[in-house]
Design a binder for this molecule. Structure first.
Ligand code: ME8
Length: 631
């Protein structure tokens, strides 16, 4: 059993949590649960960052003391985590004594390292960031690069940490430990920062009163960012260096969004180097959740109404959507319509119906889980696929590709749906075929049990519901095929994901000028004769190469193999696929489209893709020989 320590940032307690905090915490929760499932000894930290000027101001505005304000905000986080089924092991509060004492010990050690000195700070300060913006990042307008708000000129006596001294060691560490900063784009960004040179950082604030006094000069308050970073250690009882500390430090994953990686990947490791402590193993940054492409902002009224969506679709649908829809590291635009679509397609249709159908057939034809006695077509294939699915998950989770992990599981879910269909199991109730029917149903139930285990880190309530309906009384985490006992009584309950009609969703009211009648008319004119459809020559092709087209952000130039010939095409998919992702993919090409010249590049055909809010290439469910006709 290996130890696994994962953290979210500790969120500012200046306001109640929002969907962005939920996103980060659900990701970390899925990771923690996955490692627990694998048998690791997991410690999962989340919490609140309760000191500093921001909190002081919010408390003043509310007319209460900072401590009373923090005591009011902290439960809004813990309540949300309960609602979102977050399996944290510790909820850190930086106003706790454990944290204060641990932070003091750390700061004393930092001071004793000789890398702390007193100096005067003059510079442009961003209050929302609580940081001085370095010279290099300053624009003529003196606007914060993150908040786009005017900066303040500030001068004060501060203590500084000699960050510049650690530049070469940090550079070497990042270069020698490629996994230290993930994803690669963030790593490159931080390498560029390092190459540009590091300035020393101030670690105290004379003008702030709400915080922890420096142990070596109590007239100064430790800068909230420096203090907050130490929470990852103080939470492990760094003060007493008890077992928990020795078991879990260094952290395995510090999870966060991209805007705070500099603190975590440069300043925090340098501080740890100064006090001779091991560095966290990975700094991992996901993208931002946006609304209509814009950053969430309370002041600008840009927010995500997660309460309504959780109420409509259930918590697991919300978790599933966040984990399945967005590719890790990139920003993701939150769209209730996509949540709705995923709910009905993946959860209600693929998974919910499968469970319902299989349990219905078992209930009708057998007393409990039937005995598998008659092996037949497809059985070995699905057993092998169960194992292959399990094997692929580790690699996806290692790269935080939750979307790919869930898609891999859903390929298996869809395969089992097809197994039920291909074997026409519902027609086998006659005495001579009933043993085969029992075998197919056993296999389907066993597949569902394994699926429930695999989805449990992501949608834990659903996993439990499935096992309850299969008749298991205690959650069974075994993934080896055949673990399901014969004879247990299944209990088909309510559908786990009843289909949700679009009409029931809150819909924006149609504008008065919309004329639905005309729409209906238009629909009928879209019909085409079969003969017309047959005129299209659709073929299976493979992408051999892909490259951007200069001056056209949306377009890619593709070289494809149609079996009998090679072609060049232009496709408007550059915003949705990187060239590397495309090479080797089988796609469907309209082969008899008139050639066209697009941005000076000749295009001999067209690649088919689903084109809505996002663009997804149409592929065949299995590979086929190149040039095969698609009808
Ligand atoms: O930075 N999308 O606290 P914070 C995704 N106290 N994630 C988001 C998000 C969004 N739109 N908005 C916020 C702080 N987050 C410091 C951290 S740690 C030692 C101190 C998440 O309340 C994301 O994890 O501003 C981001 O990094 C974090 O909240 C910032 O939280």
């Amino acid at each position: 059993m290996s130890a696994f320590y994962v953290t979210t940032p500790i969120y500012y307690a200046n306001a109640e949590p929002h969907a962005g905090h939920a996103y980060s915490t659900i990701i970390a929760d899925a990771l923690a649960r996955y490692h627990r499932l694998k048998g690791d000894d997991v410690f999962f930290l989340t919490g609140v960052d309760e000191h500093g000027a921001k909190i002081h101001e919010a408390a003043t505005d509310a007319g209460i003391s900072p401590q009373a304000y923090c005591d009011r905000i902290a439960p809004t986080f813990t309540k949300l985590w309960e609602r979102l089924n977050i399996s944290y092991d510790i909820f850190m509060r930086t106003t706790s004594n454990m944290h204060k004492r641990g932070a003091e010990k750390f700061l004393a050690a930092l001071y004793n390292s000789g890398d702390v000195y007193k100096g005067t700070y003059e510079g442009y300060y961003c209050r929302p960031c609580e940081r001085f913006v370095p010279e290099k990042e300053l624009t003529d307008e003196k606007i914060c690069p993150d908040h786009k708000l005017p900066l303040e000129w500030l001068e004060e006596e501060n203590y500084f940490f000699r960050l510049s001294k650690y530049q070469d060691r940090l550079l070497a560490h990042i270069q020698e430990t490629p996994e230290f900063i993930y994803p690669e784009s963030r790593r490159n960004e931080l390498l560029r920062v390092l190459e540009g040179g590091l300035e020393d950082v101030s670690i105290s604030r004379a003008s702030v009163s709400w915080g922890i006094p420096l142990p070596f000069d109590p007239d100064h308050i430790v800068y909230v960012w420096i203090e907050a970073l130490t929470n990852y250690m103080t939470a492990l009882d760094y003060e007493n260096e008890s077992d928990r500390y020795h078991t879990f430090w260094p952290a395995d994953v510090h999870m966060m969004a991209k805007e705070i990686t500099r603190f975590h990947a440069l300043i925090w490791p340098a501080m740890l180097m100064a006090v001779n402590l091991p560095l966290p193993k990975q700094i991992v940054a996901h993208g931002w959740l946006t609304k209509d492409g814009e950053a969430l902002s309370k002041t600008r009224g840009i927010f995500i109404d997660m309460d309504t969506d959780i109420e409509t679709y259930g918590l697991d649908a919300f978790r599933y959507y966040l984990l399945r829809e967005f590719s890790f590291g990139n920003d993701g635009d939150y769209r209730p319509a996509r949540l709705h679509a995923r709910y009905n397609a993946d959860l209600a249709n693929d998974l919910g119906n499968l469970l319902n159908r299989v349990l219905g057939l078992v209930n009708k034809n057998f007393e409990g889980v039937p005995t598998p006695t008659i092996p037949g077509e497809f059985d070995d294939e699905i057993k092998a696929m169960a194992q292959a699915t399990i094997d692929q998950l580790d690699a996806h989770i290692k790269t935080f590709a939750f979307d790919a992990a869930l898609e891999t599981i859903w390929e298996f879910v869809r395969r089992i749906n097809r197994y039920v269909q291909q074997t026409q199991v519902w027609t086998l109730a006659k005495p001579e075929t009933k043993p085969r029917m029992g075998t197919i149903l056993y296999n389907s139930l066993e597949a569902l049990r394994i699926i429930s285990v695999l989805i449990s880190p992501f949608i834990p309530d659903t996993a439990e519901k499935i096992q309850n309906q299969i008749g298991l009384t205690e959650f069974d985490t075994a993934t080896a095929w055949g673990g399901l006992s014969v004879g247990i009584e299944v209990s088909r309950g309510e559908p786990i994901f009843p289909r949700i009609d679009t009409k029931k969703q809150k819909q924006p009211q149609p504008k008065p000028e919309a004329k639905p009648k005309k729409k209906a008319e238009k629909k009928t004119t879209h019909l085409v004769a079969f003969a017309d459809f047959q005129k299209l020559d659709l073929r299976v092709a493979k992408i051999l190469a892909a490259e951007p087209i200069e001056g056209a952000d949306r377009l890619l130039k593709l070289q494809v193999d149609l079996g009998t010939e090679k072609r060049q095409l232009v496709a408007g998919i550059a915003e949705h696929y990187t060239p590397e992702e495309l090479v080797g993919k089988q796609v469907i090409v309209v082969a008899n489209l008139e050639p066209a010249t697009i941005r000076n590049v000749e295009s001999q055909g067209m690649v088919l893709a689903g084109s809505g809010d996002t663009v997804v290439l149409a592929t065949l469910e299995k590979e086929m020989p190149l040039g095969t006709q698609v009808r």
